[in-house]
Design a binder for this molecule. Sequence first.
Ligand code: F6R
Ligand code: MG
Ligand code: MG
Length: 375
Amino acid sequence: MKQTNKKTAAAKPAQKTTISVIKADIGGYVGHSSSHPDVIELAKSMLGKAKQNKTIVDFCVTNCGDDLELIMTHRKGCDSKEIHGLAWKVFEAGTELAKKLKLYGAGQDMLADAFSGNVKGMGPGVAEMEIVERKSEPIIVFMGDKCAPGAWNFPLFKMFADPFNTIGLIIDPSMHDGFVFEVHDIKKDKNFKLSTPEEMYDLLVLIGSAENYIIKAVYTKKGEIAASSSTQKLYLIAGKYVGKDDPVLIVRGQSGLPAMGEILEPFAFPHLVTGWMRGSHYGPLMPTAQKQANPSRFDGPPRVIAAGFQVSDGKLIGPRDMFDDPSFDYARIQANQMANFMRQHGPFEPHRLPLAEMEYTTLPEVLKKLQSRMK
Ligand code: F6R
Ligand code: MG
Ligand code: MG
């Protein structure tokens, strides 16, 4: 008979890894088109020190257009004061340098004067998730420029709920039950969860209105986190419109979650998003390699980049530039064709946003001026 060892140690709780993506536009080079290499280098050296002193496990610094993106892994959980404080310090130092270089809109997303424990509500955008790493942990971090957080509604729905995009929902037994979407009502600041496929139509009536309802997270039916997005709307934070939010998104993939190819597939269609010139237009979301994410034509068109990583004991093995692939050439051509089409509307809707959504407007002054002439 086999002897059982009664002295087996109590099972150690699995170590958790937190992935925090914190971003801000702290100054554009040139105009709003891109970021200055010295600011990126400064951020790298500050996070390098934080890695050395073990505040974080690993990091990757990049930019999407004029947004500085800090991708960090650590052991401190979501909403950690220490990690948010570190990001805030990097943005403060970057703002100082941006001011010295007279970069455009230096410090534009630093809405608060001093850090108060969490960067949410202070200007920067945040997407975070705490996970127990699987045997292999592939993730993609999406980063957008010249668009709003609602830009992820369409692709997240496609990835996790549309069988015409994600064949795994039909033929992979481990995905066949569907997923749970957490939706944020940004105007009422309320969250609720909807389960697909059962509540797909209810979900669509909400998230089809991407300026009001934003997908904040997606979970498996067992409650495991699969995707997490930034839902901060700067204009709601500042009480007035102060810029486009240029959102970020973290998605886990494979082994019971959508495959990398199913996660990337929605971006083969450059769907229309709000943003672009003066944050006041609809335009196609163009997927590009990181080095091509420098919106220039009419300050756009809006961009999305995708940094792929294998997370290994908290280390970020990567990035792999997932849109740096000829299979997305057609989406880029189509986005340029759509950009031409939309541009020809000039100042007319539906290229220009409806009045309530525009970042810039002269309407109140024009109406005031015309008042005496009104019959
Ligand atoms: C869009 C964006 C730019 C600016 C535009 C005008 O999110 O940042 O399109 O709105 O370049 O900028 P200002 O008013 O600063 O000259
Ligand atoms: Mg800017
Ligand atoms: Mg930007």
